[in-house]
Design a protein around this ligand. Structure first.
Ligand code: C2E
Ligand code: MG
Ligand code: MG
Ligand code: MG
Length: 284
């Protein structure tokens, strides 16, 4: 009895692994073949000051619609792009497209908005990254100070490695550097000090429970106080309720991003919803 059920569960385990491996290979092949201009699209999610009256900027979030596989989320395909090195080409497309969008919005609106672009550690470790960024800024004519590079805290970002100098060069160009998903991974005071960090993005996982768990609220409050003491701005991620926004405002969080103020949407829709608004209503 026992023996056979054990064999079965091994078989099941093998089967799942096999399926995962096949899915990965399918995605990799489709990604290699993909026509970026047709299949990739940038969505934009707004970032407001905590009452929701003033738009500060937006985060560019990548979407992939594969003709063969349908819509695939970044949580699934970005790691594959990183493993295969495809992230270098994809990341270049993302930076170029985001900067072109910002250039168009610069022409149309009085405010020079701030755009968050997610940068993989793999891109940062590629020689020539700084040169590429400089070239794209020149070609599109955007202001470097409009760019916020979001780097996910990760073990692969060695605080003694080349990334330190690369982030410093980007920072000297006027680009803001943000630690993404702060509070869930490897981040520490040392990490923040080592890299030239301008912004902390506090992860949704921590924000989720601030109105229900006093300990989590204290942690977020302490993170904001530490950032403020270091002259670092804070963005709360994944804010969904007015209660969260009110509490974050009380804690002096600088910027809020989340479904409360808007989901990620294509550029045209973003302009309709957030840029062409006649007047601002206070949301929270
Ligand atoms: P992230 O950079 O931390 O982006 C925030 C994620 O939280 C986005 O998921 C966004 O849609 C989601 N989010 C924002 N507000 C809310 C909310 O109120 N409720 C809920 N439930 N979710 C919210 P998304 O777009 O699926 O992206 C997931 C991750 O994929 C990103 O996390 C980022 O790490 C990565 N990613 C996305 N685009 C790119 C890209 O162009 N390059 C790289 N390297 N990574 C990217
Ligand atoms: Mg991000
Ligand atoms: Mg994030
Ligand atoms: Mg996050």
């Amino acid at each position: 009895q026992v023996k056979s059920s054990k064999t079965e569960s091994y078989a099941l385990y093998d089967e799942t692994l096999h399926q995962q491996e096949r899915r990965k290979q399918e995605l990799e092949l489709a990604l290699r073949d993909s026509d970026f201009g047709r299949e990739l699209k940038l969505y934009f999610q707004p970032e407001y000051e905590p009452t929701g009256t003033t738009l500060i900027g937006m985060e560019a979030l990548l979407r992939w619609r594969s003709p063969a596989l349908g819509l695939v989320g970044p949580v699934e395909f970005i790691p594959i792009a990183e493993e295969t090195g495809l992230i270098l080409e994809i990341g270049e497309w993302v930076m170029k497209t985001a900067m072109e969008q910002i250039r168009d919005w610069n022409k149309r609106y009085e405010t020079e908005f701030f755009v968050g672009i997610n940068i993989s550690a793999v891109q940062l470790q590629n020689t020539g990254f700084v040169g590429l960024v400089r070239k794209l800024i020149e070609e599109t004519g955007v202001n470097a100070s409009q760019l916020n590079f979001e780097i996910t805290e990760s073990s692969t970002l060695n605080p003694n490695g080349a990334a330190v100098s690369i982030l410093k060069q980007l920072s000297e160009m006027g680009i803001s550097i943000a630690v993404d998903d702060f509070g869930t991974g490897y981040s520490s005071y040392g990490y923040i000090k080592r890299f030239s960090i301008d912004i902390l993005k506090i992860d949704k996982q921590l924000i989720d429970t601030i109105t229900t768990n006093p300990n989590d609220a204290q942690v977020v409050k302490a993170i904001i106080a530490m950032a403020s003491a270091l002259n670092i701005r804070t963005i709360a991620e994944g804010v969904e309720t007015k209660e969260q926004a009110r509490l974050l405002k009380k804690m002096n969080c600088d910027i809020i991003q989340g479904y409360l103020f808007g989901k990620p949407v294509p550029a045209e829709e973003f302009a309709d919803l957030h840029l062409d608004k006649e007047e601002c209503e206070i949301i929270a």
